[in-house]
Design a protein around this ligand. Structure first.
Ligand SMILES: Nc1ncnc2c1ncn2[C@@H]1O[C@H](COP(=O)(O)OP(=O)(O)O)[C@@H](O)[C@H]1O
Ligand SMILES: [Mg+2]
Length: 265
């Protein structure tokens, strides 16, 4: 029996779809049977991030409404046999779905996969509730800035309301230069705004933009940058204790490393 993890945020554009596709590809590469569900009905784009847009025939509304079997809506990734994808309807009022069949959908995925990751829309609308009601855990993806963190706070409260106890934070697009200039907040200050545990820190990295445009989200896990950050986070999700990149105590070393990374690119 696997677990369902909802990937959510307050504001849009914080990197939920990016995160879901990259973590999914990494977990699958580590041998974890993983399914990614696009819960962002109407504005779906996880298919593009995975390069799977041309493989969609059915979406989860077809299963929930009884017109397709589970195997019809599960699309296998051509790059990794451990990675599956379920598309969102192009437009749908998920609130209209039959509760029992919706619960059955999530339960079947949980029985079959090690990890079920739901890429939620920003905020707390129907697409969010479609996944939040059935999720075991949540990951909040936020930028290191106060407006993004403050909006995330309301989402955390809603997730708690749904009975989710494990809610962890991923700070995305960290940029040492912007932290130094006080345009972005440092990690400690972010944690003070949103008092949930940190799951990981992902730096701003051109490799992410490139992989998103190519629809190939598997990054080099040994390259300092987003690839390594994603590898660390997926290890933590698998229960492996990996040291957190500590922006404060290793400030100089890490800043220098990140700076050199970006000055090369
Ligand atoms: N760590 C990162 N480094 C560079 N670009 C990033 C990073 N994370 C996300 N992005 C970019 O930010 C944009 C928004 O990301 P997306 O995943 O679509 O956000 P959301 O799903 O939260 O709306 C995309 O263009 C994506 O490539
Ligand atoms: Mg998205």
């Amino acid at each position: 029996m696997g677990k369902i993890i909802i990937v959510a945020s307050g504001k849009g554009g914080t990197g939920k779809t990016t995160f879901t596709s990259h973590i999914g590809a990494r977990l699958a590469a580590e041998g974890q049977l993983t399914v990614l569900v696009d819960a962002d009905a109407g504005f779906r784009n996880l298919d593009l991030a995975l390069g799977m847009e041309s493989s969609i025939v059915y979406d989860y509304s077809d299963y929930i409404n009884g017109t397709a079997a589970l195997d019809d809506v599960l699309i296998k990734n051509t790059e990794n046999e451990n990675l599956y994808f379920v598309a969102a309807p192009q437009s749908a009022l998920t609130a209209d779905f039959d509760e029992e069949r919706t619960a059955g959908f999530w339960e079947s995925l949980k029985n079959r996969f090690d990890f079920v990751l739901a890429d939620a829309p920003a905020g707390m609308g129907d697409g969010f509730m479609f996944a939040a009601k059935y999720a075991d855990e949540a990951i909040i993806v936020s930028l290191p800035e106060s407006s993004s963190l403050r909006d995330a706070d309301r989402v955390v409260a809603e997730l708690e309301e749904c009975g989710i106890e494990t809610i962890r934070l991923v700070l995305n697009r960290l940029d040492a230069g912007l932290i130094e200039k006080k345009i972005f907040m440092n990690v400690d200050d972010c944690v003070d705004v949103l008092s949930i545990p940190i799951l990981g820190l992902i730096p701003e990295d051109e490799a992410v933009t490139e992989s998103m445009s190519k629809g190939k989200p598997l990054l080099d896990p040994d390259k300092f940058g987003a690839g390594m950050a994603i590898k660390n986070i997926s290890a933590r999700l698998m229960g492996i204790d990996v040291r957190m990149m500590n922006f404060d105590s290793e400030k100089k070393g890490l800043l220098a490393k990140i700076k050199s990374l970006f000055s090369r690119s």
